[in-house]
Design a protein around this ligand. Sequence first.
Ligand SMILES: Cc1ncc(COP(=O)(O)O)c(C=O)c1O
Length: 396
Amino acid sequence: MINRHYLSMLSNKSVIRELSEYATARGAEIGYENVFDYSLGNPSVPAPPVFAEAALRFLREEDPVALHGYAPTTGIPSVKEKVAASLNRRFGMDYKACHIFPTAGAAGAIAHAVRAVTEPGEEVLVFAPFFPEYYPYINTTGAVLKIVDPDTEAFQINFEDLERKLTPSVGAVLINTPNNPSGAVYTEETLRRLAAVLEERSAAFGKRIFLISDEPYREIVFDGKKVPYTARYYDHTLTCYSFSKSLSIPGERIGYVAVSPACEHADDLVAVFGQISRGIGHNCPSSIVTLAMAESLEETSDLSVYETNMNLLYDTLKELGFTVTRPGGTFYIMPKALEEDAVAFCRKALKYDLILVPADSFCAPGYFRMAYCVETEKVRRSLEAIRRFVREEYGK
Ligand SMILES: Cc1ncc(COP(=O)(O)O)c(C=O)c1O
């Protein structure tokens, strides 16, 4: 018999994907250049040449039997060493190769992290608004996703609600900074306070509550700032990273989990990830991609376009009277819709070929998300469409 759980997920398809498919179909009718598609978080800038050059060099120069062979269960040692050294240099950490586990992107990283530090039935707290894929990431592991209400002022953490929901049933807390969809970057103060709450509750419950920090947008940060490195604030952190956005290679599926050296069970966790891989058929990312990633650790695509786009959109949205928090990073912005029903708002926007995503599925009803990983020239042209939409539909 077909599995009923997965079958039921078919009726719960991603709104983002559906809107993106609509945008593609509309593009076939009127030319994609005329569709202002703000639906999907697919990077719009090319990967830095170093990545492809490294992959080609490996293909040309390495022994094919060794290059294409199975990698060790917990990843290629030389790559793990390079990742650890880079993190240590950049963030003042003390990782060793044995703390690093290469994965298929952040999705693969979270799949391992959640399974490793929760038992079936335990809760994983997530903070609204959050990436809707967290539902399948968590709920297919046997753990249960539980939502902490948002801080709608600055999209930091609503500590009152966190403290209410942080019960002995919680095995892990999952954060995402810089945040999809709000663009908020957690401040040092937020991370310190979160760490203090987790320490206090872990001691009170006599069990360790782990922190899983999802950081695929770590390098996309604005105003010349740096994103505070979560693992520096709480020892029991599993850092889930991805090169999908920083190197613009989401199709290559490469990232890692870094286990903090001072984390409880630090010496066992990566080996445990290896066992989880056996069960979920992960078996390490592609060797060539993993090796090329290790040659590109200190590189990024030209990410400046996202800040340019953010400023264009933020200024226009503010001028038009939207309630919106200025993003500190990512390539997302999450304004409040001009009517209570953001789905109706986004549906009206389609008339102007503006593809906006209602944030209901991000657990932020009444808001909408724009993914501005789009050419700046198109963003500029879309501003007139946004103005017309707001004027004609809302008289502003
Ligand atoms: C917050 C967040 N976490 C995880 C992921 C998954 O990233 P990856 O492509 O590395 O699996 C995404 C992708 O958009 C994301 O936005």
